[in-house]
Design a protein around this ligand. Structure first.
Ligand SMILES: Nc1ncnc2c1ncn2[C@@H]1O[C@H](COP(=O)(O)OP(=O)(O)OP(=O)(O)O)[C@@H](O)[C@H]1O
Length: 272
Protein backbone atom coordinates (compact mmCIF):
# COMPACT_ATOMS: atom_id res chain seq x y z
CA UNK A 1 0.00 0.00 0.00
CA UNK A 2 1.35 3.47 -0.83
CA UNK A 3 1.87 5.95 1.99
CA UNK A 4 -0.49 8.91 2.22
CA UNK A 5 1.00 12.18 0.98
CA UNK A 6 0.30 13.80 4.33
CA UNK A 7 -0.58 12.35 7.73
CA UNK A 8 -1.38 14.07 10.99
CA UNK A 9 -0.91 11.49 13.73
CA UNK A 10 -2.38 12.44 17.13
CA UNK A 11 -1.35 16.06 16.60
CA UNK A 12 -1.94 18.62 19.36
CA UNK A 13 -0.96 22.31 19.36
CA UNK A 14 -1.03 24.57 22.37
CA UNK A 15 -0.28 28.29 22.52
CA UNK A 16 0.96 30.20 25.52
CA UNK A 17 -0.33 33.74 25.88
CA UNK A 18 2.22 36.46 26.53
CA UNK A 19 0.90 37.10 30.04
CA UNK A 20 0.90 33.44 30.88
CA UNK A 21 3.76 31.91 32.82
CA UNK A 22 2.10 28.62 33.75
CA UNK A 23 1.49 25.57 31.60
CA UNK A 24 0.27 25.97 28.01
CA UNK A 25 -2.65 28.38 28.06
CA UNK A 26 -4.74 27.45 25.08
CA UNK A 27 -4.92 24.10 23.38
CA UNK A 28 -6.00 25.00 19.85
CA UNK A 29 -5.77 21.49 18.35
CA UNK A 30 -6.02 18.21 20.27
CA UNK A 31 -5.27 14.66 19.19
CA UNK A 32 -5.95 15.14 15.50
CA UNK A 33 -5.39 12.24 13.17
CA UNK A 34 -6.01 12.95 9.50
CA UNK A 35 -4.70 11.65 6.20
CA UNK A 36 -4.53 13.08 2.69
CA UNK A 37 -3.81 10.51 -0.01
CA UNK A 38 -1.50 11.19 -2.96
CA UNK A 39 -3.58 13.03 -5.54
CA UNK A 40 -6.51 13.47 -3.16
CA UNK A 41 -8.34 16.79 -2.64
CA UNK A 42 -9.38 17.18 0.99
CA UNK A 43 -11.07 20.22 2.53
CA UNK A 44 -11.15 21.16 6.17
CA UNK A 45 -14.18 23.09 7.36
CA UNK A 46 -14.81 24.33 10.86
CA UNK A 47 -15.96 27.31 12.86
CA UNK A 48 -13.97 30.51 12.83
CA UNK A 49 -10.89 30.39 15.05
CA UNK A 50 -11.07 26.63 15.55
CA UNK A 51 -7.53 25.83 14.42
CA UNK A 52 -7.65 25.31 10.66
CA UNK A 53 -4.67 27.57 9.88
CA UNK A 54 -2.79 26.04 12.81
CA UNK A 55 -3.15 22.61 11.22
CA UNK A 56 -1.97 23.94 7.87
CA UNK A 57 1.02 25.65 9.48
CA UNK A 58 1.93 22.37 11.15
CA UNK A 59 1.65 20.53 7.81
CA UNK A 60 3.90 23.15 6.18
CA UNK A 61 6.45 22.70 8.96
CA UNK A 62 6.13 26.37 9.95
CA UNK A 63 4.89 25.36 13.40
CA UNK A 64 5.93 22.30 15.42
CA UNK A 65 3.11 20.35 17.10
CA UNK A 66 3.15 20.16 20.91
CA UNK A 67 2.40 16.46 20.61
CA UNK A 68 2.02 13.97 17.78
CA UNK A 69 3.70 13.74 14.43
CA UNK A 70 3.37 14.77 10.79
CA UNK A 71 4.38 12.27 8.14
CA UNK A 72 5.04 13.20 4.54
CA UNK A 73 4.88 10.24 2.16
CA UNK A 74 5.59 8.02 5.17
CA UNK A 75 8.54 10.04 6.52
CA UNK A 76 8.37 12.03 9.77
CA UNK A 77 8.48 15.76 9.04
CA UNK A 78 11.31 17.69 10.65
CA UNK A 79 11.54 21.37 9.74
CA UNK A 80 9.99 22.88 6.63
CA UNK A 81 7.90 20.59 4.44
CA UNK A 82 9.88 20.74 1.16
CA UNK A 83 7.31 18.66 -0.71
CA UNK A 84 4.54 21.17 -0.03
CA UNK A 85 3.57 24.48 -1.61
CA UNK A 86 1.58 26.92 0.48
CA UNK A 87 -1.03 29.42 -0.74
CA UNK A 88 -2.15 31.88 1.90
CA UNK A 89 -5.35 33.83 2.38
CA UNK A 90 -3.38 37.09 2.37
CA UNK A 91 -1.50 38.46 -0.62
CA UNK A 92 1.86 36.76 -0.88
CA UNK A 93 3.29 38.47 -3.97
CA UNK A 94 6.36 40.67 -3.68
CA UNK A 95 5.18 44.17 -4.67
CA UNK A 96 8.59 45.12 -6.12
CA UNK A 97 8.61 42.24 -8.60
CA UNK A 98 6.49 41.79 -11.72
CA UNK A 99 4.15 38.81 -12.05
CA UNK A 100 6.93 37.06 -13.99
CA UNK A 101 9.52 38.02 -11.38
CA UNK A 102 7.30 36.69 -8.61
CA UNK A 103 6.83 33.31 -10.27
CA UNK A 104 10.52 33.13 -11.17
CA UNK A 105 11.68 33.89 -7.63
CA UNK A 106 10.82 30.52 -6.10
CA UNK A 107 12.35 28.65 -9.03
CA UNK A 108 15.61 30.61 -8.83
CA UNK A 109 15.69 30.04 -5.09
CA UNK A 110 15.52 26.32 -5.86
CA UNK A 111 18.60 26.67 -8.06
CA UNK A 112 16.91 26.72 -11.49
CA UNK A 113 18.95 28.85 -13.93
CA UNK A 114 17.54 32.30 -14.79
CA UNK A 115 16.76 31.28 -18.39
CA UNK A 116 14.93 28.12 -17.39
CA UNK A 117 13.12 29.87 -14.54
CA UNK A 118 11.92 32.52 -16.98
CA UNK A 119 10.66 29.89 -19.42
CA UNK A 120 8.87 27.85 -16.75
CA UNK A 121 7.40 30.96 -15.15
CA UNK A 122 6.06 32.20 -18.51
CA UNK A 123 4.60 28.77 -19.14
CA UNK A 124 2.77 28.82 -15.77
CA UNK A 125 1.58 32.40 -16.26
CA UNK A 126 0.13 31.18 -19.56
CA UNK A 127 -1.66 28.31 -17.86
CA UNK A 128 -3.35 30.65 -15.40
CA UNK A 129 -4.28 33.10 -18.19
CA UNK A 130 -1.77 35.83 -17.34
CA UNK A 131 0.60 35.63 -20.31
CA UNK A 132 -0.26 39.20 -21.30
CA UNK A 133 0.40 40.47 -17.77
CA UNK A 134 3.83 38.99 -17.12
CA UNK A 135 5.44 42.44 -16.85
CA UNK A 136 2.73 43.91 -14.63
CA UNK A 137 3.43 44.55 -10.96
CA UNK A 138 1.00 43.29 -8.29
CA UNK A 139 -0.59 46.73 -7.86
CA UNK A 140 -1.38 46.76 -11.60
CA UNK A 141 -3.29 43.47 -11.37
CA UNK A 142 -6.86 42.86 -10.16
CA UNK A 143 -7.47 40.78 -7.02
CA UNK A 144 -8.33 37.74 -9.17
CA UNK A 145 -5.19 38.20 -11.28
CA UNK A 146 -3.04 38.43 -8.16
CA UNK A 147 -4.54 35.14 -6.98
CA UNK A 148 -3.78 33.62 -10.39
CA UNK A 149 -0.18 34.81 -10.14
CA UNK A 150 0.06 33.39 -6.61
CA UNK A 151 -1.34 30.08 -7.88
CA UNK A 152 1.24 30.03 -10.69
CA UNK A 153 3.93 30.82 -8.12
CA UNK A 154 2.98 27.76 -6.04
CA UNK A 155 2.33 25.36 -8.93
CA UNK A 156 5.52 26.30 -10.80
CA UNK A 157 7.48 24.65 -8.00
CA UNK A 158 5.60 21.41 -8.79
CA UNK A 159 4.93 20.48 -5.15
CA UNK A 160 3.50 17.02 -4.41
CA UNK A 161 1.29 18.55 -1.74
CA UNK A 162 -0.56 21.86 -2.01
CA UNK A 163 -1.69 23.56 1.19
CA UNK A 164 -4.31 26.27 0.64
CA UNK A 165 -5.62 28.53 3.39
CA UNK A 166 -8.85 30.16 2.18
CA UNK A 167 -7.05 31.31 -0.97
CA UNK A 168 -10.11 32.77 -2.70
CA UNK A 169 -12.04 34.20 0.24
CA UNK A 170 -11.25 37.83 -0.65
CA UNK A 171 -12.62 37.52 -4.20
CA UNK A 172 -16.07 38.41 -5.50
CA UNK A 173 -18.27 35.38 -6.15
CA UNK A 174 -17.88 35.30 -9.95
CA UNK A 175 -14.09 35.60 -9.86
CA UNK A 176 -14.03 33.09 -7.07
CA UNK A 177 -15.96 30.51 -9.08
CA UNK A 178 -13.69 31.08 -12.08
CA UNK A 179 -10.63 30.53 -9.89
CA UNK A 180 -12.16 27.43 -8.31
CA UNK A 181 -12.80 25.93 -11.75
CA UNK A 182 -9.27 26.80 -12.84
CA UNK A 183 -7.88 25.19 -9.73
CA UNK A 184 -9.88 22.02 -10.46
CA UNK A 185 -8.59 21.94 -14.05
CA UNK A 186 -4.98 22.38 -12.95
CA UNK A 187 -5.41 19.81 -10.20
CA UNK A 188 -7.02 17.28 -12.58
CA UNK A 189 -4.07 17.63 -14.95
CA UNK A 190 -1.43 16.92 -12.29
CA UNK A 191 -3.32 15.26 -9.43
CA UNK A 192 -1.37 16.58 -6.47
CA UNK A 193 -2.52 16.08 -2.89
CA UNK A 194 -4.43 19.18 -1.77
CA UNK A 195 -5.38 20.21 1.75
CA UNK A 196 -7.77 23.13 1.38
CA UNK A 197 -9.14 25.25 4.19
CA UNK A 198 -12.37 27.13 3.83
CA UNK A 199 -15.23 28.61 5.80
CA UNK A 200 -17.49 27.97 2.85
CA UNK A 201 -19.15 24.57 2.87
CA UNK A 202 -20.35 24.95 -0.75
CA UNK A 203 -16.78 25.56 -1.88
CA UNK A 204 -15.51 22.58 0.13
CA UNK A 205 -18.06 20.18 -1.39
CA UNK A 206 -17.70 21.52 -4.94
CA UNK A 207 -13.91 21.08 -4.95
CA UNK A 208 -13.15 18.06 -2.80
CA UNK A 209 -12.95 14.30 -2.76
CA UNK A 210 -13.44 14.42 0.99
CA UNK A 211 -14.65 17.05 3.47
CA UNK A 212 -13.45 16.87 7.08
CA UNK A 213 -15.43 18.78 9.71
CA UNK A 214 -13.50 20.15 12.70
CA UNK A 215 -15.00 20.77 16.12
CA UNK A 216 -15.04 24.19 17.76
CA UNK A 217 -12.03 24.98 19.93
CA UNK A 218 -10.45 24.53 22.36
CA UNK A 219 -9.09 21.12 21.58
CA UNK A 220 -10.22 21.13 17.95
CA UNK A 221 -10.28 17.72 16.28
CA UNK A 222 -12.11 16.09 13.36
CA UNK A 223 -15.70 15.16 14.18
CA UNK A 224 -16.97 14.11 10.79
CA UNK A 225 -15.66 12.97 7.45
CA UNK A 226 -17.68 12.90 4.24
CA UNK A 227 -16.69 11.38 0.91
CA UNK A 228 -17.87 13.62 -1.95
CA UNK A 229 -18.99 11.12 -4.56
CA UNK A 230 -20.01 13.73 -7.14
CA UNK A 231 -18.83 13.08 -10.70
CA UNK A 232 -15.76 14.84 -12.12
CA UNK A 233 -14.94 16.95 -14.04
CA UNK A 234 -17.04 19.43 -12.09
CA UNK A 235 -18.14 22.98 -12.73
CA UNK A 236 -18.36 24.52 -9.28
CA UNK A 237 -21.49 26.56 -10.13
CA UNK A 238 -23.33 23.70 -11.85
CA UNK A 239 -22.44 21.01 -9.33
CA UNK A 240 -24.34 22.94 -6.65
CA UNK A 241 -27.57 22.05 -8.43
CA UNK A 242 -26.84 18.31 -8.30
CA UNK A 243 -29.27 16.48 -5.94
CA UNK A 244 -26.33 14.65 -4.30
CA UNK A 245 -24.67 18.02 -3.60
CA UNK A 246 -27.79 19.21 -1.79
CA UNK A 247 -27.93 15.96 0.16
CA UNK A 248 -24.27 16.13 1.19
CA UNK A 249 -24.63 19.78 2.11
CA UNK A 250 -27.51 18.96 4.47
CA UNK A 251 -25.59 16.05 6.04
CA UNK A 252 -22.41 18.04 6.62
CA UNK A 253 -24.21 21.17 7.78
CA UNK A 254 -26.06 19.07 10.39
CA UNK A 255 -22.65 18.33 11.95
CA UNK A 256 -21.08 21.74 11.34
CA UNK A 257 -23.96 23.96 12.54
CA UNK A 258 -23.61 23.17 16.26
CA UNK A 259 -19.85 23.67 16.09
CA UNK A 260 -20.27 27.06 14.42
CA UNK A 261 -22.57 28.16 17.25
CA UNK A 262 -20.12 26.81 19.86
CA UNK A 263 -17.27 28.57 18.04
CA UNK A 264 -19.00 31.97 18.22
CA UNK A 265 -19.82 31.49 21.91
CA UNK A 266 -16.22 30.45 22.60
CA UNK A 267 -14.80 33.52 20.81
CA UNK A 268 -17.10 35.84 22.73
CA UNK A 269 -15.95 34.27 26.02
CA UNK A 270 -12.28 34.72 25.03
CA UNK A 271 -12.64 38.45 24.28
CA UNK A 272 -14.84 39.13 27.36
N1 LIG B 1 0.62 32.19 17.72
C1 LIG B 1 -0.50 32.08 18.47
N2 LIG B 1 -0.50 32.42 19.78
C2 LIG B 1 -1.61 32.30 20.54
N3 LIG B 1 -2.79 31.83 20.09
C3 LIG B 1 -2.85 31.47 18.78
C4 LIG B 1 -1.72 31.58 17.91
N4 LIG B 1 -2.10 31.13 16.69
C5 LIG B 1 -3.40 30.79 16.79
N5 LIG B 1 -3.85 30.98 18.04
C6 LIG B 1 -5.20 30.68 18.55
O1 LIG B 1 -5.50 29.34 18.19
C7 LIG B 1 -6.83 29.28 17.71
C8 LIG B 1 -6.83 28.68 16.33
O2 LIG B 1 -6.33 29.67 15.40
P1 LIG B 1 -6.33 29.42 13.83
O3 LIG B 1 -5.83 30.66 13.19
O4 LIG B 1 -5.63 28.15 13.55
O5 LIG B 1 -7.88 29.23 13.56
P2 LIG B 1 -8.67 29.21 12.17
O6 LIG B 1 -9.68 28.12 12.30
O7 LIG B 1 -7.73 29.14 11.03
O8 LIG B 1 -9.36 30.65 12.22
P3 LIG B 1 -10.17 31.44 11.07
O9 LIG B 1 -11.29 30.54 10.71
O10 LIG B 1 -10.64 32.66 11.78
O11 LIG B 1 -9.22 31.70 9.96
C9 LIG B 1 -7.44 30.66 17.77
O12 LIG B 1 -8.22 30.73 18.93
C10 LIG B 1 -6.23 31.57 17.86
O13 LIG B 1 -6.54 32.71 18.64
Amino acid sequence: MTDPALEFLHVSCAFRSRKDTGPAAYEAVADTTLRVGAGEFVSLVGPTGCGKSTLLNVAAGLLGPTAGEIRVFGHPLAGINRRAGYMFQAEALMPWRSALGNVMAGLEYRGVSADQARQQALDWLGRVGLEAFADHYPHQLSGGMRKRAALAQVLALDPDIILMDEPFSALDIQTRQLMENELLDLWAARKKAVLFITHDLDEAIALSDRVVVLSAGPGTHPIGEFRVDLPRPRDVAEVRMHPRFVELHAQIWAVLRDEVLKGYAQQLRRVA
